[in-house]
Design a protein around this ligand. Structure first.
Ligand SMILES: NC(=O)c1ccc[n+]([C@@H]2O[C@H](COP(=O)([O-])OP(=O)(O)OC[C@H]3O[C@@H](n4cnc5c(N)ncnc54)[C@H](OP(=O)(O)O)[C@@H]3O)[C@@H](O)[C@H]2O)c1
Length: 293
């Protein structure tokens, strides 16, 4: 596979969890001309010491967009956390990259990106993918599946209560660790060619029943799945104090697992990172403390 490790490679959002890991992977894989774009360059002083050029790059700031992509050959655009504003932010970044002469763009999207308004965060990813395609640049779109890390947010509560609430008809989620997603993104920046879209997944789709069994095994306590409807799930989340838009998003994620969109399994992590993705069981075992065990 061709590698572009001698070209100027930019990672946006480089002080975020995924961005920092991607830059570290580029360094580990021998890239020599890395640019790290971030809203807050001070957070990346350690990377600057390792020879990375750190640039102010904020998709909300016209001046930084105008200069942030100067001289760059290939860019990894990490989707921002500005939910509700991302299409606008990222479309501006794509236009700026194109004006600056970038040749290849990698973007971190989501599984089954589509415009349907009831599809959670998908519309913003879909419209960003459209903007990338319309730019005429070559691209590697990485549809990152659910991070394994997302489980750490409620696993402690699930284990303590012995109950895992999930939608009836769940067909599983191919959780991918953030570290595997970052290695894959760095690999795509180094090697992606042409115009392609990929699902970035863990090694297997894990159902709610299987996840409950993993928690039970790790904790030594029984954990049952309570299968419920979308309205029941939403009202339970509202009752637990979650804001309505968060409850709607979480129901939409689970609904995609019922449809089967989250159960797709690919070999993309291995193809771009050279390593097999970590299974959820191994990830949870490595993170026992975060599960309260
Ligand atoms: N697949 C999943 O399960 C899942 C879960 C959570 C998030 N995500 C998505 O994946 C992305 C990366 O995940 P993460 O774990 O690294 O999230 P994170 O640590 O919360 O990082 C947020 C990212 O957004 C960037 N950002 C925010 N505002 C920006 C702006 N105005 N201009 C440019 N960049 C901006 C940040 O860059 P700087 O701070 O360096 O400027 C940072 O890279 C998230 O932003 C989100 O879109 C996916």
């Amino acid at each position: 596979m061709t590698t572009f490790s001698d070209q100027i490679l930019l990672v946006t959002g480089a002080s975020g969890h995924l961005g920092r890991l991607a830059v570290e992977e580029l360094l580990a894989r021998g890239a020599t001309r890395i640019v790290a774009g971030t809203r807050d360059p001070a957070k990346l002083a350690d990377l600057a010491e390792k020879g990375v050029e750190v640039r102010q790059l904020d998709f909300d700031d016209k001046a930084s967009l105008a200069s942030g992509f100067d001289g760059v050959d290939r860019v990894l655009i990490i989707s921002t956390d500005g939910v509700g504003r991302r299409t606008e932010q990222q479309t501006k970044a794509i236009a700026a990259a194109k004006s600056a002469g970038v040749k290849h763009m990698v973007y971190t999207s989501a599984p089954a990106a589509r415009p349907n308004p009831d599809a959670g965060l998908n519309p913003e990813h879909f419209w960003t993918e459209v903007a990338i395609a319309q730019s005429g640049l070559d691209f590697t779109v990485l549809r990152n599946h659910m991070y394994a890390e997302n489980n750490l947010m409620d696993a402690g509560h699930v284990i303590a209560s012995g109950q895992l609430f999930g939608l009836i008809g769940d067909r599983g989620t191919a959780y991918v660790t953030r570290a595997d997603a970052a290695r894959t993104a760095a690999g795509a920046l180094l090697q992606g060619e042409g115009k392609t879209i990929h699902d970035v997944t863990g090694p297997a789709a894990v159902t709610n029943q299987e996840r409950a069994a993993l928690y039970a095994e790790l904790s030594g306590k029984p954990v049952s799945v309570i299968a419920i409807t979308p309205p029941e799930l939403k009202s339970g989340m509202l009752g637990a104090g979650l804001p309505e838009f968060v409850a709607d998003l979480l129901v939409a994620f689970q609904n995609d697992a019922v449809i089967g969109y989250h159960g797709v399994v690919s070999d993309v992590v291995e193809r771009f990172s050279g390593r097999k993705p970590q299974a959820l069981a191994a990830f949870l075992a490595d993170n026992r403390a975060a599960l309260g065990l």
